[in-house]
Write a protein that binds this ligand. Structure first.
Ligand SMILES: *Cc1c(COP(=O)(O)O)cnc(C)c1O
Length: 396
């Protein structure tokens, strides 16, 4: 006998989300998600699809025709990019300076590609000279890099220099923009990025489920002229073209509610203005960073490549990372994360993304983190931290 489970009504805790994603969802996005469903081929939905595509182009700063939300989380969009662009026998150059470069490698291998590396320490960006050397040595067909490395809190500067190197060698560039889209300056066309994928639950402050992807004609030409179909049927862009392109024919049922959600999230981006939004992330995360530094803590990434949307802060002496994150969740209903991979145990990862990038949440975080660290034995100057954050927030 299978017993009937006794499950009560859903009452999730009311958390303040300042980890590496999901970020807090704007109330307007939650409201959009509770509106009635229409069919995925309904004329009204076709109109919504067009609107989402236009809003995505605006946010990515691109004219790419081929700009869609992929059904699934950021990893689905990532696999759609890599699994379609990388053909069996292709060589893909991937970075080793963070966790998500490793995921690129796994996906490229599953696509039948050979993987070669360009190295930089975790927490540092790639040096264009090293990328050039790797191109001379390996002549890769595809080059992937992570614009905003969520595992280390490092931003990749000089993107145009990297794409120039790749294009001099006739390679295509795939950018991971999961933690930069809608939060950190990103200009897909101007910077020469051939394909970029992202996720909704980071700087767009939308629940996970429909993930931005854009490819230029060069990238799409390679995808459409593959000798062998992509290994994933679900993520095959030549098939998805039938639904998101002019035809609007059934491929799989779009996650209607998630498309509503990303439409509203992107509408909020357009209302605010993309440049203003980048500026807000800089100023809110700047207040956060000033506060933790004034408290006596150290950022993991150097100032030159500090990533506003994900602040990686070194764990101070005297405390254990998981005790601190546990305390914040229990006492403050506040989520931040610990380190991943090479930085496990060494850093806290504090997101400042989308709707979470507000004065209220930043001030709340500073006070809560100061309490957690000082009560657990770290030598921190909480008052100095709060004062520095307040001063920065007051300057705006
Ligand atoms: C979160 C993240 C991903 C994966 O996205 P999911 O939505 O978790 O599948 C990929 N790359 C980076 C840089 C990320 O931060």
């Amino acid at each position: 006998m299978v017993e009937k489970p006794d499950v009560g009504e859903l009452t999730p805790p009311d958390r303040t989300l300042m980890g590496p994603g999901p970020s807090e969802v704007h109330p307007r996005v939650l409201r959009a998600m509770s509106t009635p469903l229409v069919g995925h081929l309904d004329p009204s939905f076709v109109e919504i699809m067009n609107e989402v595509q236009d809003l995505l182009r605006y946010t990515f700063r691109t004219d790419n025709q081929w700009t869609i939300p992929v059904s699934g989380t950021g990893s689905a969009s990532m696999e759609a990019a890599i699994g379609n662009i990388v053909e069996p026998g292709d060589t893909m150059l991937v970075p080793t300076n963070g966790y998500f470069g490793g995921r690129m490698e796994s996906m490229a291998e599953r696509a039948g590609g050979e993987v070669v590396h360009v190295d930089a320490p975790w927490g540092e960006p790639l040096d264009p000279a090293d990328v050039a050397d790797a191109f001379d040595e390996h002549q890769p067909d595809v080059f992937g890099f992570v614009h905003a490395e969520t595992s280390t809190g490092a931003l990749q500067p000089n993107v145009s220099e990297l794409t120039d190197v790749a294009h001099e060698h006739d390679a295509l560039v795939i950018a991971d923009t999961v933690t930069s889209l809608g939060g950190v300056e990103l200009k897909v066309d101007e910077w020469g990025i051939d394909a970029a994928y992202s996720g909704p639950q980071k700087c767009l402050s939308c629940p996970p489920g429909a993930s931005p992807l854009t490819l230029n004609d060069r990238a799409m030409d390679k995808v459409l002229s593959r000798e062998e179909p992509a290994r994933s049927w679900y993520l095959d862009l030549s098939l998805l073209e039938g639904y998101w392109g002019d035809e609007r024919a059934y491929h799989h049922t779009a996650p209607i509610t998630n498309v509503y959600a990303i439409r509203e999230a992107l509408r909020l981006v357009a209302e605010e203005g993309i440049e203003n939004r980048w500026e807000r992330h800089l100023s809110m995360a700047g207040a956060l960073k000033s506060g933790v530094e004034a408290m006596g803590l150290e950022m993991n990434a150097a100032d030159d490549y500090w990533l506003p949307s994900l602040n990686a802060v070194r764990v101070p002496d005297g405390v254990t990372d998981t005790d601190v994150t546990g305390y914040l969740l229990d006492q403050y209903d506040l989520e931040i994360a610990t380190g991943l991979g090479d930085l496990d145990g060494d850093i806290f990862r504090i997101g400042c993304m989308g709707y979470s990038a507000r004065a209220e949440t930043v001030s709340y975080l500073l006070g809560a983190l100061g309490d957690a660290l000082s009560s657990q034995g770290a030598d921190v100057d909480v008052e100095a931290g709060l004062a520095a954050t307040a001063a920065k927030l007051g300057e705006r």
